[in-house]
Design a protein around this ligand. Structure first.
Ligand SMILES: *Cc1c(COP(=O)(O)O)cnc(C)c1O
Length: 388
């Protein structure tokens, strides 16, 4: 077995499966902490939607991060993994009543409210429980991110958040409602962002909004800038850990926090992407007219990112040391989009070889489906399979 993968324990596990390099995950969390510790007012919530594998969640919880949830199920997953409710933020454009009730019952830190209609419902449901819900308004800052169109969220045309023009109105309205307390503003401009200029643009926009609030004598305790820091999908070994220093440094440099304000982050991909690989077995080599296909036993049901976002994952043959040849690597699902990579070099590949689809720790296992009546892939950690 080559590279980061354990030498024992891999051959006999049913494929496809996810492998989580927990040493790398812990290392990533240490580097993250090293940067945030410089700022006692910075608080990081892990975006559970990136990966909710209980073993992964537990390691992240042990590192002391809060949790960012987008459903009642995620709130339950976070609480089951031991995340304190006092560190849970709850976002989402369409929160159901039961999900809001669950958040209230558990006394989570904050609801990130995405519409005036939702504000009314939270106020009503909180009144019924005799509680005051802490809320933040998710403001759509109309800042474009240089990423795939399917994962920008901060443009006026996206479904997320409340338009800046309506900010003052909803803040005043929240003040008048007895069972909500507005404690913050929330933003999230997209995902897989590598250009720090995008975060700088968000900072500038928040500074403008804050100036306006100061003029209106509205005090806000918490600013939440969401997540979105990207990873290097091309070079998982050269850049296994994102540049947290540059990321947090951008906010430190450009965002003008007011005295006493706390700054919250919601990082998902940057924490977990590089520690995960999807391990799949080659079923057949098929000679096409102009190319050869490696047909593998993993499909878009196990990892949908290439089919959904045209995402590129580095793929390597971890069994073969033979000279390189070029392949299209495709899955068994009955959809033409079930392709992991086209025109990719692998060490000469044969039936039975294992391939590792790298950087699959985020939006991988969690997005798996039963389509074609397939079993969901399992996830294993270094502890379970033995280290290299
Ligand atoms: C998805 C999401 C995140 C995490 O995004 P990453 O790109 O994985 O860091 C954070 N906040 C909100 C509101 C989200 O929807």
């Amino acid at each position: 077995m080559k590279g980061i993968f354990p030498t024992e324990g891999f051959q006999y596990i049913k494929t496809p499966f996810y492998y989580y390099d927990t040493q790398l995950l812990r290392h990533t969390l240490r580097e993250l902490k090293q940067e945030t510790q410089k700022h006692p007012n910075y608080i990081v919530h892990y975006a559970v939607k990136a990966n909710a594998n209980p073993k992964v969640l537990q390691i992240i919880r042990e590192a002391g991060l809060g949790a960012d949830c987008v459903s009642g199920g995620e709130i339950e997953a976070a609480i089951n993994a031991g995340f304190p409710a006092s560190g849970i933020v709850f976002a989402g454009v369409g929160k159901s009543d039961w999900e809001i009730e669950l958040g209230l019952k558990k006394d989570i830190f904050c609801f990130n409210v995405e519409s005036e209609a939702e504000l009314d419902v939270i106020n009503q449901l909180a009144a019924r429980q005799g509680k005051i819900a802490r809320i933040a308004f998710r403001i759509n800052p109309d800042v474009g991110a240089h990423t795939h169109a399917g994962i920008t969220t901060g443009l006026a045309e996206n479904k997320f958040g409340i338009a800046m023009e309506n900010m003052e109105h909803v803040l005043r309205k929240a003040r008048a409602l007895p069972n909500v307390a507005c404690t913050g503003l929330h933003f999230h401009i997209g995902s897989q962002i590598l250009d720090m200029g995008d975060f700088e643009a968000l900072c500038n926009r928040i500074n403008e909004l804050q100036d306006k609030l100061v003029r209106l004598h509205i005090r806000i305790e918490n600013i939440n800038v969401g997540g979105g820091l990207g990873v290097d999908y091309q070079h998982p070994d050269r850049v296994p850990i994102p540049d947290f220093k540059n990321y947090f440094g951008t906010y430190t440099k450009y965002l003008k926090l007011l005295p006493g304000q706390k700054l919250h982050f919601e990082l998902g991909r940057a924490v977990v992407a590089q520690c995960g690989s999807l391990i799949t077995r080659v079923l057949y080599i098929k000679q096409g007219l102009a190319k050869q296909f490696a047909i593998v036993d993993a499909g878009m049901t196990d990892l949908i990112r290439p089919a959904l976002y045209q995402a590129c994952h580095k793929i390597e043959n971890i069994t073969s040391e033979l000279p390189l040849e070029t392949y299209d690597i495709v899955g068994p699902i009955c959809e033409s989009s079930d392709v992991f990579a086209k025109h990719t070099d692998l060490n000469k590949t044969q039936r039975g070889d294992l391939l590792a689809i790298r950087s699959a720790g985020a939006y991988g296992e969690i997005m798996a489906s039963h389509y074609n009546c397939r079993e969901l892939p399992k996830g294993y950690t270094t502890e379970e399979l033995g280290s290299k």
